[in-house]
Design a protein around this ligand. Structure first.
Ligand SMILES: [Fe+2]
Ligand SMILES: [Fe+2]
Length: 329
């Protein structure tokens, strides 16, 4: 679902010492000219490592992100809602697969990436370590979490690594459907009974700040951003994207008749942007450290799904062998 905020805080190895300077210079000139870097092109080791980490974390986030929503498929309030949520969750699994494929072009294997996730070495977006308590959370997640993901991901369609950029084009199209399905749930609840409206407000209260944090730490506290911007892996700063998200989302909340849980939120005529209150970065770093409310449940559900699905992978592999033999004959 997302470029995770974790990518933005994980250490980027800037050491280029093992890379021949003339190759680095040629690479940087290509990137500066906005050319795409392709799998067989030469690239600095740190560029490759950064991309493997970023793309695989992004893939893991897509897959782990289906857990809080999958939780509600059987409890959706109507057949229509169930079909829509099912389609959305299926899209997210597809996003995970495109991204694992993109990462594989950099020389890592699917097994290595999955192993890193399941052993806790690899990270995924902290947003999925919050619980989904009511049906309104399906609305708030689509509207805010997928909305923030779109803000993060639209610039990635022009990221410098070709396979990643192309995966993002398709993903972004599907994300805009996700955002709308979430907003439509919120609209229905906000115009429903008093209890439904309360449910929508409660979901907004719980998801607003975590969504804002999805853009990662402030620019002056995001040491790796400069190198990622230089290599055009990243195309816009955390704070710029965060501001854009807030500016777009506040009027949507007002249209719902809901209140954003930030008393300092105010339109600033001079800046031509909304001002917003301080972000609780302590909470953010606690969730990054794995202290999220449902972090353990998420990982054990993920590992169980992987183990329960082993027979499917084995059957598919056996079928492929049989088919290859038949074709050879
Ligand atoms: Fe997604
Ligand atoms: Fe999505």
């Amino acid at each position: 679902m997302y470029t995770t905020e974790l990518q933005k805080v994980s250490a980027l190895d800037n050491s280029l010492s093992a890379d021949p300077p003339e190759l680095v210079a040629a690479f940087e000139a290509r990137v500066a000219a906005d050319a795409f870097i392709e799998p067989k092109d030469w690239m600095p080791q740190a560029y490759r490592r950064t991309l493997v980490r970023q793309i695989s974390q992004h893939a893991h986030s897509e897959i782990v992100g289906t857990l809080p929503e999958g939780n509600w498929i059987t409890r959706a309030p109507s057949l229509r809602r169930k079909a829509v949520l099912l389609a959305k969750v299926q899209d997210e699994c597809g996003h995970g697969l495109y991204l694992y494929c993109a990462a594989e072009t950099l020389g890592t294997s699917r097994e290595q990436m999955i192993e890193a996730l399941h052993s806790g070495k690899a990270k995924y977006s902290t947003i999925f370590n919050y619980p989904t308590l009511t049906w309104a959370d399906m609305g708030a997640i689509g509207w805010l979490v997928d909305g923030a993901a779109i803000m993060n991901q639209v610039p990635l369609q022009r990221t410098s690594y070709g396979p990643y950029a192309r995966a993002m084009v398709r993903i972004c199209k599907e994300e805009s459907f996700h955002q709308r399905q979430g907003y439509e749930i919120m609209m229905t609840l906000a115009n429903g009974s008093a209890a439904q409206k309360r449910m929508a407000q409660d979901a907004l209260n719980r998801w607003w700040w975590p969504s804002i944090m999805m853009f990662g730490p402030p620019d002056d506290n995001s040491p790796n951003s400069a190198q990622s911007m230089r290599w055009r892996i990243k195309r816009e700063s955390n704070d710029d994207l965060r501001q854009r998200f807030i500016d777009v989302t506040v009027p949507q909340a007002l249209a719902l008749g809901l209140t954003l849980p930030d008393p300092e939120l105010k339109w600033n005529e001079a800046r031509d942007h909304y001002d917003y209150g301080p972000i609780d970065w302590e909470e953010f770093y606690a969730v990054v450290r794995g202290e999220g409310q449902v972090a353990k449940e998420r990982m054990s559900a993920r590992v169980k799904a992987w183990e329960d699905g082993a027979w499917v992978r084995e059957a598919a592999a056996a079928h492929a062998v049989k088919k290859a033999k038949r074709n050879a004959a």
